[in-house]
Write a protein that binds this ligand. Sequence first.
Ligand code: KG4
Ligand code: ZN
Length: 334
Amino acid sequence: MLVLGIESSCDETAASVVRDGRVMLSNVIASQIDVHRKYGGVVPEIASRKHVEAVIPVILESLEKAEVTLDRIDGIAVTCGPGLVGSLLVGLSTAKAIAYTQNIPFVGVNHLEGHIAAVFLMENPPVLPFVALVVSGGHTNIYLVEPEGKYTLKGQTKDDAAGEAFDKAAKMLDIGYPGGVVIDKMSKTGNCRKYDFPRAMKDSNDFSFSGLKTSLLNMLKKRSTPLAPEELPDVVASYQEAIMDVLVEKTLRVAVEASVSRVVVCGGVAANSRLRERFREDGDRKKIDVFIPPPVLCTDNAGMIAAAGYTLLKRGIRSDLNLNAVSRWPAARG
Ligand code: KG4
Ligand code: ZN
């Protein structure tokens, strides 16, 4: 079964053709990072306009790279939430138009379920059940994932998402955009034990990152001189480690509590090299198998949407042409 996936929930216009929910034949991503860089964050109105320009060329390129034509496509999977509604509508309307004119079944996919499904595109994917940490620019959620699309929320952020904590820190320090990528790289030369940033809500499986952000701000304010460039790596490495400590500890704890020995880590922040290292090390110690998709499948892409859509289509789930885009939508199909 060939599924065409379409993703446009934030600042990436993406399309992918996936065979049987497992084999990615193409994965085309048009990123708007350069457009939003000068604003220091995604500007929703600009994002929608850029999606309009990119969506058709990106879909055509994904078909071409997969060496298929539309008449070979068995189903279309499209992100319809959560995300920026104006951006989501571009992908969704395009998917509906193709589905209607070509008479192809289509299904709306939850972006968070998409991030989790990226793991099925790996060579040796985990069997269900597993615990999944979805850690991105908008979400930091821990789920117990069971067969038949059952997602039980076990922990979530009470304020900022981990990706936001990266992006806002980079903005405060004026070190570049997007923050997560810059901090990841800069931390490699820093001492992550130099500064002691707070680890919030230690005994809970929920997260809070606003105190961490404030403590960085206070540290900057207290100084009489700005941070020198050579001081930055220690600061960002210590800040990053505070985020890692809580992500790793809480996710592995949920797995132990649920008596599950497999953990999936996904979403944009899962592209972080220190996160990948920490989860592997601590997972080994706790005898938990950790599955993290390759970085290109952690950040937004349409392969993951096609993989998630495949499992829905196979279960006979279809959307109709009245389907709308939604800004908030928990992954919780029971
Ligand atoms: O999943 P994603 O591409 O979009 C959302 O659904 O939000 O995640 C974007 C987030 C941004 O906050 C970005 O800074 C973060 O993922 N990110 C990273 C890295 N690459 C992307 N954070 C830490 N380290 C990275 N290497
Ligand atoms: Zn995402």
